[in-house]
Design a protein around this ligand. Structure first.
Ligand code: DAT
Ligand code: MG
Length: 140
């Protein structure tokens, strides 16, 4: 049994479209527990830490600009294998390619504004989750 935690963000596109509740609904319906929840507008400093692995890539600057453009819903979720499980719920990075049944596949599409507008973020490993939870929920 590995009870994990994962860091989920409903990105500015998802927040603006009123999809925070739908994302949280799917998380709870899957059987994961909400441990922490916040609405905040990310700072560039938070995003630089969060997306450090992508620094220098061509999409990095537009990604940080987009992610700091408005409020996000940040959540820490908990459950058996929830890191992989939420990635599975979220679907492929590109919403055009994400399978039906997934958050990105059901609710996302290419808006002509690149794949950065893909509704949600989910940690990609338990180690990433621990690091990211420290950025968005220090002290948790
Ligand atoms: P994921 O969010 O599925 O973990 P990632 O960590 O590789 O994907 O990338 C982080 C975010 O950056 C992703 O959600 C959207 C954006 N992104 C990734 N690859 C991109 C690309 N080739 N062009 C534009 N944006 C991209
Ligand atoms: Mg990632």
């Amino acid at each position: 049994m590995t009870i994990e935690r994962s860091l989920v963000l409903v990105k500015p596109d998802g927040f603006q479209r009123g999809l925070s509740g739908e994302v949280l609904r799917r998380i709870e319906a899957k059987g994961y527990t909400l441990v922490a929840l916040a609405i905040l507008t990310p700072t560039v400093e938070q995003l630089a830490a969060h997306y450090a692995e992508h620094e220098g890539k061509p999409f990095y600057e537009p990604l940080v600009e987009f992610m700091s453009s408005g409020p996000v819903t940040a959540a820490v979720i908990e459950g058996q294998d929830c890191v992989r499980g939420f990635r599975s719920l979220a679907g492929a990075t590109n919403p055009t390619e994400a399978a039906p049944g997934t958050i990105r596949g059901d609710l996302g599409r290419d808006w002509g504004l690149k794949v950065q507008q893909n509704i949600v973020h989910g940690s990609d490993s338990p180690e990433s989750a621990a690091r990211e939870i420290g950025i968005w929920f220090p002290g948790l």
